[in-house]
Design a protein. Sequence first.
Lengths: 111, 110
Amino acid sequence: DAGITQSPRHKVTETGTPVTLRCHQTENHRYMYWYRQDPGHGLRLIHYSYGVKDTDKGEVSDGYSVSRSKTEDFLLTLESATSSQTSVYFCAIKGSGDTQYFGPGTRLTVL
Amino acid sequence: DQQVKQNSPSLSVQEGRISILNCDYTNSMFDYFLWYKKYPAEGPTFLISISSIKDKNEDGRFTVFLNKSAKHLSLHIVPSQPGDSAVYFCAAEAGNMLTFGGGTRLMVKP
């Protein structure tokens, strides 16, 4: 357990509405990541952060934005949700030995 | 173009036998490789890793082999147990970012 929590754990929303997912860590790790998991694609990196207010894009960043105003919180925002963003979202931190550890996930359904 | 591939979507083995999961990659910049195990409705759990300067790493029943010239890594589980039934992802790191394969579902039959 790397001290990572995600909220909410489940969310159903409608197309066009904004959605924010939260990742919280308790161990002061510098690097935090957001991934999405879809069948046949494994996990794909959306955005990551390497410090407070320092973020960068991943492989599938279109339609997503992130913010990190405190070390412990990394927020993922879908400004206007689309059905293609229905997925399971995982947050991760980079711990000791360059290994990433994952949170429990958020299942998002966009109707 | 997928930089990390797991060509077997599923694998079934008998309890007590060896499970071998394979992974191929194309990017020579990858310098660290990891295997994760995932149960339904849970986050991926780290299993074992290997640096690009090594060719083998062992941890209990789990061994990872890296063949850099072939750009291939494999995970061996010996002996396999029913509790090992899960989806296994290989991942490769370059520049603080991981690239994942599509996963292999392992089923260990009693």
